[in-house]
Ligand binder design. Structure first.
Ligand SMILES: [Fe+2]
Length: 157
């Protein structure tokens, strides 16, 4: 089952939307490849896409939430961090396990991520920012901004 992008998935930021669209495209690519038994080749492409994606997308989205003083930032960041951990496990398994079995796991994991995270969790910061337009003017030096940066202690692999 492939998932097509709908406007209702938008979180109100062009950059984040286009990053989410890219993830969606990659999940779809994997689903199609698995159907035609080409999962093996495609899974390594999706893994290298995710290597880049995690760095660019999570960092951008986390900065965006801090900038808009999103109150559930720390909870959201923990979910991103556990995605990174899970992804690193996949990369290790990739060396040991049968690729087609793993690509199925990756597909299920990413599909769940799309639905649970982008459609539900990311939508919460969208609703907060939409309903609190004054949260737009946060910048460095702001207490919240500094505190969140210290708490998040971003470590990227
Ligand atoms: Fe997120």
């Amino acid at each position: 089952m492939t998932i097509e992008w709908k406007d209702m998935y938008s979180v109100g930021d062009v950059t984040i939307d286009s990053q989410h669209k890219k993830l969606l495209e990659n999940v779809n690519k994997l689903v199609i490849a698995l159907k035609s038994n080409k999962g093996k080749e495609v899974v390594s492409e999706v893994v290298s896409f995710l290597n880049e994606y995690i760095n660019e997308h999570f960092v951008y989205e986390e900065e965006y939430m801090i900038k808009h003083k999103y109150p559930d930032f720390i909870i959201h960041k923990k979910v991103h961090d556990s995605f990174i951990e899970k992804f690193n496990e996949f990369k290790k398994e990739l060396e040991l396990e049968n690729l087609s079995a793993l690509s199925l796991k990756v597909q299920t994991f990413l599909g769940k991520w799309l639905i649970d995270h982008i459609l539900k969790m990311d939508h919460k910061y969208y609703e907060f920012i939409r309903d609190n337009p004054k949260s737009h003017s946060r910048k460095e030096g702001d207490d919240f901004h500094d505190k969140m940066h210290i708490l998040s202690d971003i470590k990227r692999i």
